[in-house]
Design a binder for this molecule. Structure first.
Ligand code: PMP
Ligand code: GLN
Length: 376
């Protein structure tokens, strides 16, 4: 057989987490919280596990969960979403992204991906038989619209936009959306895949969702995930929102990729959504970002702007000339702190001596990590 993904190796997140465990390092690499889950979600979970909830949910998702996401989308972004025709519960955003790309990208179609980019986009395009076209962001990780516009061709089927952005922690402004709208007016064939998994983690301004862009919604598929918003990355429950003509096709693929998502976690999340306040999520992470930034601001690591997500990018020019992959390994082995090198998120492994630290951790973990980083 011919490999569909000949150049793909083990994901950097697994590699770094494993190396961290092996050396007993503090793991600020892979993005997941290490603080205890909300007692209210635990109580709901304990109670409902004894209910009769253990069989398949409807293919597109548990109706009560769909309804609550629709209510939240209306409240947060002012968009009315039809639960029957415009929504789909997915096994995490990863499956949502894969489904969206594999539904619409055909053999030879091009998909624009903005670098540094989350690691699942390119393989999803390759499995679909499409051609990933990687376009670098500016040096400060804001979008470079000249490059985006020049990368568009008659074959461009999709542009993938992750906002708030992993790994850089930057977010899109009103002006960015307006520029995108102007560019895309000339290209009606291009679909947008908006990865908004960090929608409830923004600091410098409220999140601007594609749900709020009437000029774009008709061609946009939004992917999100409760993994980030409810601190349950291992539950792997996410969702897609898209207009009916797009959702209709994605449901066909979803039907044979997973059919329906884990029933227990859909029931638990649905109940929990009655009590949870999403505005607390940004506040909690802003406090953690500020704590981590204050703790290492006098170190030799230089902090890059962090407007959202739970990732802080730092530059280590003052410390080492090593490339970022080697330096990240050295940081684990010699100094006991694990991070993610940013070069792995670029097509050509552009190395600008940047590392990503995840601050979704207990204060004790952040303090212990900062103590180590301050000694370097
Ligand atoms: N997109 C981005 C930008 C992410 O950071 C992640 C998770 N780390 C995902 C998608 C995947 O989300 P899930 O774990 O819900 O599949
Ligand atoms: N999204 C997480 C991160 O960026 C990791 C997800 C994964 O391990 N696949 O760290």
């Amino acid at each position: 057989f011919m490999s569909k993904l000949p150049n793909i190796t083990t994901s950097i997140f697994s590699v770094m987490s494993q190396l961290a465990n092996q050396h007993g390092a503090i793991n600020l690499s892979q993005g997941f919280p290490n603080f205890p889950e909300d007692e209210r979600l635990l109580q709901i979970s304990e109670r409902i596990i004894r209910d009769n909830i253990h069989q398949y949910t409807p293919m597109a998702g548990l109706p009560s969960l769909l309804k609550k996401i629709a209510n939240q989308t209306l409240k947060q972004y002012g968009r009315e979403v039809n639960t029957a025709t415009e929504m789909l519960i997915t096994a995490g955003a990863t499956q949502g992204v894969f489904t969206a790309i594999n539904t619409f990208v055909n053999q030879g179609d091009e998909a624009l991906i903005l670098d540094p980019s989350y690691d699942s986009y390119e393989p999803s395009v390759l499995v679909a038989g499409g051609k990933p076209v990687r376009v670098s962001l500016n040096d400060d990780y804001t979008p470079n619209f000249n490059r985006i516009e020049s990368a568009i061709s008659v074959k461009t089927k999709m542009i993938v936009i992750n906002n708030p952005h992993n790994p850089t922690g930057r977010i899109w402004t009103e002006q960015d959306f307006e520029t995108l709208e102007t560019i895309l007016e000339k290209h009606p064939q291009i679909l947008i895949l908006g990865d908004e998994v960090y929608e409830y983690i923004t600091f410098s301004q409220p999140h601007i969702s594609f749900n709020m862009r009437p000029k774009l919604v008709e061609r946009t598929i939004i992917a999100s995930s409760f993994g980030k918003s409810l601190h349950v990355t291992g539950w792997k429950v996410g969702y897609l929102i898209a207009p009916e003509h797009l959702m209709f096709e994605m449901k066909k693929v979803h039907q044979f990729l997973v059919f329906s998502v884990n029933s227990f976690s859909q029931h638990a999340i649905s109940e929990y959504l009655d009590v949870v306040d999403f505005s607390e999520v940004s506040k909690m992470y802003q406090r953690k970002r500020d704590l981590f930034q204050n703790l290492i601001e006098n170190s030799r690591f230089k902090l890059m702007p962090c407007d959202g997500t739970y990732f802080q990018v730092v530059n280590y020019n003052q410390i080492s000339n090593k490339n970022d992959v080697d330096f990240a390994k050295e940081l684990i082995v010699n100094h006991g702190v694990a991070s993610i090198p940013i070069s792995v998120f670029y097509n050509d492994n552009t190395d600008r001596h940047m590392l990503r630290f995840c601050f979704a951790k207990t204060d004790e973990t952040l303090i212990a990590a900062a103590n180590k980083l301050n000694q370097i």
